[in-house]
Design a protein around this ligand. Structure first.
Ligand code: AHR
Length: 506
């Protein structure tokens, strides 16, 4: 069969918005084996670690240049009391994690989290407890973290081993306050957000970036109320810096209405289409939430922060259901690439995003098996996308071949192109057709010819349902890609089914 051809033009010499590195962020919650085993093994563990944080995981996260990490939840955030997680570890309370039904030892608390961020080289994003906490508790946490030595709380931080202020910038004021975070109405939450935010201090050079709980999926009414109430000049119209959005591609929320969660690794063509269409629905969500934000914030000062996203499948039966543990296939890698492409396409408004979650939970980058660790197919996607971090998005025209399916439409090929500070150009191509190859022609308008092509890489899988395991950790992994040619300033490449490819040139 002769592959179909799809042509795009990249305006290689044009300006565009910056692609914030923060849209490649991660999320770690006290849930299942994300924090305990996935990150924290303790100083006495036979698993190699630095101050209790497992070294293999830290190295894998450094490799994909994780820009930020959100913690401690999720729903757990609105049940978490930070004082339980500081001071001598042997004295910390052992309690029930009311949110997820597990034992919480509090061994991993504020200092351990910030040590993790330092080891990974990323910025912390802390989600404070608005649901079951108090204004005083949240403002004290900020002072404990960010005030210079000289106040009671800053001195306590110093006594606990960290004299220098941590300089935490990104701050979530509650999580899913319409649901697990307190089942609030948007009008009530807007008042609470302003009240809490009013008492959160800016210390030294650290101005807090306050993120309000945003809508679930397509709750446009929530966005409307929060934007209206939290940009009102009568009540400090600059109190909100970011508005969150949560979107899980699980078939249970719009656009699809599946009767139950789907299995992660057993699927047919219809299931493939459902996940892709569900993923691409994010385009409509971002467009419509942005339109509401634009009305209230035409200068686009407030960022849309998609601080939870990812595929959410039926729990893997080999683990307790409350661990939200699932394996991963090339389907999730293609979904991740489509999603990142959408964030980049909406870079004028999307300032940050966090895939849920980083390790052992939902759409993870890493899975641990005791002392073993594997990188998931999505880890490879984040790896391939690192050149886009903080680069300039380039305009692209061309028909991506939208294909309609029962659950909605999605593009056959989705492309992102960017120009880095050093002038090099990177193109990432996500091919969503699970069975047929496609030929792509990419013309780089504005360039006389393409300079020296750096080696490309490609991620695909021997079979659609293949997974990475400790005995076969690189079954779905990126490999060098050289099977493309140039005709002047035109790249011509035939892509196999279900793949993600990247190519950079100077
Ligand atoms: O990521 C798992 C859960 O999904 C989070 O705790 C919550 O915020 C969301 O509903």
């Amino acid at each position: 069969m002769i592959p179909d051809r799809i042509a795009f033009t990249v305006a290689a010499d044009q300006p565009g918005p910056k692609i914030s590195r923060h849209i490649f962020g991660q999320f770690a919650e006290h849930l299942g084996r994300c924090v305990y085993e996935g990150i924290w093994v303790g100083e006495d563990s036979p698993i190699p670690n630095v101050r209790g944080l497992r070294s293999d995981v830290v190295a894998a996260l450094r490799a994909i240049k994780v820009p930020n990490l959100r913690w401690p939840g999720g729903c757990f955030a609105d049940a978490y009391h930070w004082r339980n997680g500081i001071g001598p570890r042997e004295k910390r309370l052992r309690m029930r994690n009311d949110t997820w039904g597990q034992i919480e030892t509090n061994a991993f608390g504020t200092h351990e989290f910030l040590d993790l961020c330092a080891q990974v080289g990323c910025e912390p994003v802390i989600c404070g407890n608005l649901g079951s906490g108090t204004v005083q508790e949240m403002r004290d946490w900020v002072e404990y973290l960010n005030a210079p030595v000289g106040t009671v709380l800053a001195n306590e931080r110093a006594a606990n081993g960290h004299p220098a202020p941590y300089g935490v910038r990104f701050w979530g004021v509650g999580n899913e306050s319409w649901g697990c975070g307190g089942v609030m109405r948007p009008e009530y939450y807007a008042d609470e957000f302003r009240r809490y935010s009013n008492f959160l201090g800016n210390y030294e050079k650290t101005r807090l970036y306050r993120i309000a709980t945003g809508p679930a999926v397509d709750d446009y009414a929530w966005t409307e109320v929060i934007m209206r109430e939290c940009t009102n000049p009568r009540f400090n119209g600059a109190v909100m810096d970011g508005l969150s959005l949560h979107y899980y591609m699980n078939g249970l929320t719009p656009p699809a209405k599946a009767p139950r969660l789907m299995p992660a690794t057993k699927f047919d063509a219809a299931d493939w289409n459902r996940v892709m269409a569900h993923g691409w629905f994010l385009d409509e969500l971002l467009t419509r939430h942005t339109a509401i934000m634009d009305r209230h914030d035409p200068q686009r000062r407030i960022g849309l922060v998609v601080d939870e996203w990812g595929a959410w499948y039926e729990n893997d039966p080999s683990h307790p259901a409350n661990e939200l543990y699932q394996q991963q296939t090339i389907r999730d890698a293609v979904l991740a690439a489509l999603t990142l492409n959408l964030f980049i396409a909406h870079a004028e408004r999307v300032s940050m995003a966090n895939v849920a979650q980083v390790i052992n939970v939902l759409h993870a980058m890493i899975l641990t098996f005791g002392d073993k660790m594997v990188r998931t197919p999505s880890w490879h996607v984040f790896d391939l996308y690192t050149p886009h971090q903080d680069a300039t998005r380039l305009p692209i025209t061309g028909a991506p071949q939208m294909r309609a399916h029962e659950d909605g439409a999605y593009p056959r090929v989705s492309v992102t192109a960017s120009r880095a500070a050093d002038g090099s150009i990177t193109v990432t191509l996500a091919h969503t057709d699970p069975t047929q190859p496609v030929t792509v022609e990419l013309t780089f308008a504005g360039l006389p010819a393409v300079g020296s092509a750096k080696a490309g890489r490609m991620l695909t899988a021997p079979a659609l349902t293949d997974i990475n395991t400790p005995s076969d950790p690189n079954r779905v992994a990126s490999v060098p890609w050289t099977d493309f040619s140039f005709d002047g300033a035109k790249l011509i490449a035939t892509l196999p089914p279900a793949c993600i490819a990247v190519m950079s040139f100077a």
